[in-house]
Design a protein around this ligand. Sequence first.
Ligand SMILES: N[C@@H](CCC(=O)N[C@@H](CS)C(=O)NCC(=O)O)C(=O)O
Length: 236
Amino acid sequence: MISQPIALYYFGSPNSRKVTIMLEELGVPYSIVPISMSRKDQYRLDYSALSPNNKMPVIVDPEGPDGRPISVFESGAILKYLAEKHGRFYGASWAERVKIDEWLFWQVGGFGPLLGQNEHFTGGAPEPIPYAIKRFVDETRRLYGVLEGQLTRQRQDGVDFVAGSGLSIADFAIFGWARKWKELGMGEDEFPEVYRWRDAINTRPAVQRALAIAVPKPVPDPGETLATHLKLLGLR
Ligand SMILES: N[C@@H](CCC(=O)N[C@@H](CS)C(=O)NCC(=O)O)C(=O)O
């Protein structure tokens, strides 16, 4: 049976790329619905119905639990949903899934948001604020150190991935911000285990396909697709 494609509301940044990496690794059909932040698409009322926190990514799966359509927002929830649906990249036991969850939640609750603040204050703020830059660069260095420690322990146990016994959604979640070490002020030799792991993930063909996704310019208006999805989900 051919599955109906999952639609991914997408903005080309680490949070959406976690999901394209997962979908490419799974090899399931999907379509991209690009969202324009400069046009503030994320604050449209019809988009808010799918994403009440007005962020990307969101997925709409026409074949969700019990065969019914479902939408999912929050990148961590999307990764867990896809892993559970397809029975892949989420460990082989409950104990392993708990370990994967630790690092998934570490990423969505700390590594992602804190490194996002680093990027904002070092690159995007209208004026330089030395206190904020120092605070978030220091915190980035601490978090990279935490990841370095975990990857070192995993290697000592003969595992080349962040959590559990193999490649998992924790790797997909963490990879995006581990790529950006230079912009975030980290040194080339500071975190050898992080960089070795990042390079290994980066060379995976599915990851390369995900990173190569280009969004058409100008970004098409998502209104028609949103209307179709809201109808499918019974929200209109
Ligand atoms: N916790 C959310 C964060 C998502 C997020 O911050 N997305 C950014 C793009 S990377 C966004 O949509 N920003 C729009 C805005 O802030 O207005 C997740 O993990 O999905």
